[in-house]
Each structure stands twice: as structure tokens, then as C-alpha cells.
Design a protein around this ligand. Structure first.
Ligand code: SF4
Ligand code: SF4
Length: 358
């Protein structure tokens, strides 16, 4: 067999495996939606942090450090078991940079073994053929990389230029779904970059989404007219992604407040490296309770709690979860006076890869 034939057969096999995993994941996602519509008692999506440390230091980011240790595997398994016991549908691993965790493959296997959908948000710098194949074997179903610009600058090294080779490898070897998230808003030098990134994503067979820069509390900063045009164009390109159903994001782009019910703390949970439950990455401290002590009653209370940050929220993954319950159960409780939130800061942050936006 010639080298050319061998390569052609290998990529045909990868395409077939990708197709099969995609179909299986879609079936599981449809079941997840059905279960979410029937019952409001379980979390739909959980972001979990196995590693706060990151190999990069994007200047807008408030979600990393440069020294913390990975959460031990046994502790991660305990947390995942608790989440499985709650009936959680999807676990997305985030960071910091989760690929720095030495036993990440085993964490993903455990998610799948417990019957949950497994996703990963990474900056992509540690991806290579061998690592992609290990992720394939672990059962990973979704991977998201957020790319901030076309060429690296002093704000972010997550650029098309630095990552394109790894994207090509993903298109050749990954059997899981890949989404590329670009960003728009204040602090992004050239808004046209988002469009170039989205076109490249689609060219490589991936889905593409776009996030909008928010401040340190996940709050809205409206886009200018040209950025809005680009936003709509990228959203149209991302037609295979569930994010196209997210009407809230169109309001965010137009600078309009939106009327929705944020179900964080209940249908969406953010579990930090210390094992505490938070509303989301941008409202850490609410409620700040250890996962092992987080009762169904507490989840139920958060389900009915009106979030003060909802009208100008930009955290699209929580909004997508919220759509499943937005039509029912008005919220009439106030946040519990537990741990105060982090002091708001002046500078902007954006929906980086660790924000889980898709
Ligand atoms: S945005 Fe992502 S890659 Fe950049 S410093 Fe934060 S965690 Fe690391
Ligand atoms: S509305 Fe919900 S998702 Fe948005 S910032 Fe507030 S708690 Fe987080």
C-alpha cells in the first residue's frame, strides 16, 4: 500500500468515526433536552475546573493563576459522582488550562462512565496528534477553542496564526465535535478578525460562535454598528451550532437589556477548583457552598432566585440553558446573603476560552 493510500484510508476512517460519534452525541443531546423539559430538578450543564493554572496570561482574564496544583483525580471523581447523582446532563471541563491536568483523560472517561455528555474548553496550545487521539479514546464529545485575534498581540496569544496548525490537526484526527469561538467588543483591535476566524473554522469543518466582551461581572458592553454586522454574519455562519437559538445574544449585540430567568445555581452550576458551587464564572462567591453540601433544596431555591445581573448578562452558555425553562416558573426570591461577590473591577474582560461560551 502506498503512503498516499494509507493516509487516505486513515482519514476516511476518522471521518466515519467522527460521524458516528456526532450522531450518538446528537441523540444524547436530544434526550437531554427532553429530560430538561420534563423535569426542573436536575442540573443541565455544569462547568467544572480541574486546574486553575494556565500556560498563557491573557491580560483580560480573571480565571487563571500561574502556580496552583491540579485537583487530584480521586477528588475530581468524587465531585463528578455527586453531579451524576444530581442527574446532571452535560459536564464541560474548563480552567485555567485543563490540558495541563496530568490525568485529564481519566477525568473525561469518568464523566462518560457516569452517563454524562463530556465537553472541554481549552486554549489549544497543548494539542498535537497524540493528544487528540487520547482525547478521542477518552470519549470526549465536544471541544471548544476561543481565538481572540488573527495575529498574537500583547493582550492575547490565542491567535489564528499561533493555532492554525493545531486546528488543521483537529480537522484531521479529532472524532469529537470542535467549536471555534471568536470575540467582539471593546478591547478587540480589529473586529474583522472574528469573521476571518469564523470562516477558517467553517472551512475546516468546525462550528463557529462569537462571544461579546463583558465587564468583570459578566455585564454588557454594547457593540458598534460595524461590530454588530460582523456579529450577525458570524452567527449565520454558525448555523450547525445550538447557539443559533440564542436570541439573547442578538440583544446583547444591539446593547439591549433582555428579559430572561437565569437558572444558575440550579440548572447551571460552576464548580471551582476548591469544589465550591458558584452561579457562574463571573459571579463567583454566589452562593459559594461546597458541592458536597449543596442540597436539592438549595438548587430549588436558586431556581426561583431572581439574579440581579440577568438583564445585562453576556454569559451565553447560561442563557442557552435558561431557554429551556424561561417559559415557566417566574423567579420571586432574592439572592441569599452568603459570601459577598468579588469587588467589581473597572477593566473589561472578555468571554475567553475559560468562560465556556458557545
Ligand atoms: S483566557 Fe484562557 S488562555 Fe487566556 S489566561 Fe485565561 S484561562 Fe488562560
Ligand atoms: S445572569 Fe446568571 S450567568 Fe449572567 S452573570 Fe448573572 S449569574 Fe452569571
Amino acid at each position: 500500500m502506498t503512503e498516499e493510500t494509507r493516509v487516505a484510508r486513515a482519514s476516511a476512517k476518522t471521518r466515519l468515526r467522527r460521524r458516528l460519534r456526532f450522531l450518538r452525541t446528537r441523540v444524547r443531546e436530544l434526550k437531554m433536552i427532553g429530560k430538561a423539559l420534563v423535569s426542573t430538578k436536575h442540573p443541565i450543564l455544569v462547568h467544572i475546573i480541574p486546574m486553575r493554572q494556565c500556560n498563557l496570561a491573557c491580560t483580560y482574564c480573571n480565571e487563571f493563576d500561574d502556580s496552583s496544583k491540579p485537583v487530584p483525580l480521586e477528588e475530581m471523581k468524587k465531585r463528578l459522582d455527586i453531579l451524576a447523582g444530581m442527574g446532571t446532563s452535560i459536564i464541560t471541563i474548563s480552567g485555567g488550562e485543563p490540558l495541563m491536568h496530568p490525568e485529564l483523560d481519566k477525568v473525561i472517561r469518568h464523566i462518560r462512565r457516569r452517563g454524562m455528555i463530556a465537553g472541554l474548553i481549552t486554549n489549544g496550545f497543548y494539542l498535537n496528534k497524540e493528544r487528540i487521539e487520547r482525547l478521542n479514546e477518552s470519549g470526549l464529545e465536544h471541544l471548544q477553542i476561543s481565538i481572540d485575534n488573527v495575529v498574537p498581540d500583547e493582550v492575547s496569544k490565542k491567535s489564528l496564526k499561533t493555532l492554525d496548525g493545531r486546528l488543521v490537526m483537529l480537522s484531521q484526527y479529532a472524532v469529537f465535535q470542535v467549536n471555534i469561538n471568536s470575540v467582539l467588543g471593546s478591547g478587540v483591535k480589529d473586529p474583522d478578525d472574528a469573521l476571518k476566524i469564523a470562516h477558517r473554522a467553517v472551512e475546516l469543518g468546525f462550528t463557529s460562535t462569537v462571544g461579546i466582551i463583558h465587564d468583570n461581572n459578566g455585564q454588557l458592553k454594547p457593540l458598534g454598528p460595524h461590530e454588530q454586522e460582523i456579529f450577525e454574519e458570524v452567527m449565520a455562519l454558525g448555523k450547525r451550532s445550538f447557539s443559533r437559538f440564542n436570541e439573547f445574544q442578538h440583544n446583547v449585540a444591539r446593547g439591549k437589556e433582555h428579559n430572561w430567568r437565569c437558572r444558575s445555581g440550579s440548572r447551571y452550576l460552576y464548580i471551582c477548583e476548591d469544589g465550591l458551587v458558584h452561579w457562574c464564572s463571573q459571579q463567583r462567591g454566589y452562593p459559594g457552598i461546597p458541592l458536597s453540601q449543596y442540597t436539592p433544596e438549595m438548587r430549588h431555591r436558586e431556581y426561583s432566585t431572581k439574579k440581579f445581573c440577568a438583564p445585562r448578562c453576556t454569559v451565553s452558555c447560561v442563557q442557552q440553558v435558561g431557554m429551556l425553562d424561561n417559559w415557566r416558573d417566574p423567579q420571586n426570591l432574592s439572592p441569599m446573603p452568603i459570601t459577598p461577590p468579588a469587588t467589581p473591577q473597572e477593566e473589561l474582560v472578555q468571554i475567553g476560552h475559560a468562560r465556556g461560551d458557545s
